[in-house]
Design a protein around this ligand. Structure first.
Ligand code: FAD
Length: 423
């Protein structure tokens, strides 16, 4: 690995999506940029391990092709996004109910309306609300409130508790749905506009594609910043003098570098990967529909014997995720879990959700992700300031919204603010 430079125009701290997006914009504007990252590869929270022909994303996550920032900086065709099946399968008392937008899954229309998960009027009202967001101009301003209060008041208890809470807990990575309704609206709007999926070669293909747009040698890995001033970044490999700095770390690391910074708490998740002992066609009708448990949050109480917030057959959407026609399952629970007892509970929950024996499934890997998503408590400002002080800028999903799109947008905004200040 080459040494860090002694001097450059801009130091970007963090080679996650925010840092890469900032560096891309600055490079286009003609700035010399050095990106440093404490990790051993680029991508931050978007990393993929290739383990014996299995592509294992470090935590289950999907890319939505409708993300506006992604449309302007990524080549989606080259990413070859493998879309997941729209809708969800809700498991309740040993029965599975299929719910989806009838336009996308016409064969599920009757099931969707008749499933005992809320009144038909509530389901239609929800569908109308989501479709309305898709054509509305802005969904990130105006009055904000907790998502759970909004959902219960608008769509009733049954639909909220049996479908929306179990589903959204896996999106927000928190069970209370104290997350901002503004983020709910942004999320629903993106679901209506695009079908999420994974790049054929794994989620890390996204940061790799951004890095490929930067000059060779502009990224230095295994370099940790320990102090920042407007004209200097101190690292464990020496000091880099510069004209400006973009701190594009996760929230927790930003707070270490800038102790006065107010940062949100993080929501945590753990993802388990298993290889099933049956063909993918035998699970969820051969589709890659997310399976959720309609009874997990019974009366708001999170049932620890049903640990999973969601599970999906990865290879039904992306066969490239496992060589040799193997069936790869990704399953996630809120919080951080390492133990073999946790894996046992997961395995029995999987048996109930897929209605097959899982005793011969092979546990492949467990990924606990403590700082998975910054909490976005209501009221949440979806475009927080990216200017910290003279010559020092902040990027990262916690400055915007906790998503790939939010991280990309925050990086672009930080770069644009720098370019305005440093003409
Ligand atoms: C399990 C999981 C599921 C998710 N699901 C989705 C999803 O389905 N859809 C979606 O849109 N988004 C999802 N997200 C969110 C999305 O991945 C993140 O919002 C985004 O990747 C954050 O990017 P970032 O650049 O802001 O931060 P990070 O990716 O955290 O990058 C920060 C970088 O800074 C580096 N760093 C930290 N401190 C230092 C230091 N002192 N010196 C040098 N380097 C440092 C780190 O090594 C890291 O590489 C998910 C995230 C996780 C973890």
């Amino acid at each position: 690995m080459s040494q860090i430079p002694q001097k450059t125009d801009v130091v970007v701290i963090g080679a996650g999506l925010a840092g890469l997006a900032a560096a891309r914009r600055l490079t286009i504007a003609g700035r010399e940029v050095c990106i440093i990252d404490a990790g051993d590869d680029i991508g931050g929270r978007v990393r993929t391990d290739d383990v014996d022909g299995l592509l294992l994303d470090r935590g289950f996550q999907l890319y939505n092709p409708s993300y506006d920032e992604g449309l302007s900086v990524l080549d989606l065709k080259a990413l070859d996004i493998k879309s997941f099946s729209p809708g969800v399968i809700v498991s309740i008392d040993g029965r599975s109910y299929k719910l989806a937008d009838p336009k996308r899954e016409p064969s599920w229309a009757v099931d969707s309306l008749l499933a005992p998960v809320g009144k038909i009027s509530a389901k239609l009202k929800f569908a109308k609300y989501a479709l309305g967001l898709a054509i509305s101009k802005s969904s990130s301003t105006g009055y904000d409130q907790r998502t759970d209060a909004f959902l219960r008041a608008k769509f009733g208890k049954d639909l909220t508790e049996k479908v929306l809470r179990p589903f959204l807990a896996g999106v927000f990575l928190e069970p209370d749905l104290a997350t901002s309704k503004r983020f709910l609206d942004i999320t629903l709007k993106s679901f209506v506009a695009g079908t999420p999926g994974v790049p054929r070669t794994g989620m890390q293909a996204i940061p790799r594609q951004l890095a490929a747009q930067l000059p060779a040698d502009s990224i230095r890995l295994n370099v940790t910043a320990s102090a920042v001033a407007s004209t200097m970044v101190r690292t464990d490999q020496g000091d880099i003098r510069c004209r400006s700095v973009v701190i594009a770390t996760n929230a927790r690391s930003a707070k270490i570098l800038v102790p006065s910074l107010q940062v949100p708490n993080s929501n945590a998740v753990t993802t388990w990967y298993h290889l099933a002992d049956c063909a993918g066609a035998e699970l969820t009708d051969g589709k890659s529909t997310l399976v959720i448990d309609g009874k997990k949050f019974n009366g708001h109480i999170d049932d620890p014997t049903r640990p999973l917030v969601n599970t999906v057959v990865m290879t039904n959407a992306a066969p490239s995720y496992a060589t040799g026609n193997r069936t790869l399952i990704s399953s996630s629970a809120l919080g951080v879990h390492h133990s073999s007892q946790a894996e046992n509970l997961v395995r029995s929950h999987l048996a109930a959700l897929y209605k097959v024996s899982t005793s011969n499934w092979t546990h492949v890997a467990t990924y606990p992700v403590p700082d998975a998503l910054p909490m976005m408590a209501a009221p949440h400002d979806t475009e927080q300031s990216v200017r910290l002080s003279d010559g020092v800028y902040l990027a990262g999903d916690y400055r915007q919204v906790s998503s790939i799109n939010g991280a990309l947008a925050s990086g672009r905004r930080a770069a644009e603010a720098l370019l305005v200040d440093d003409l």
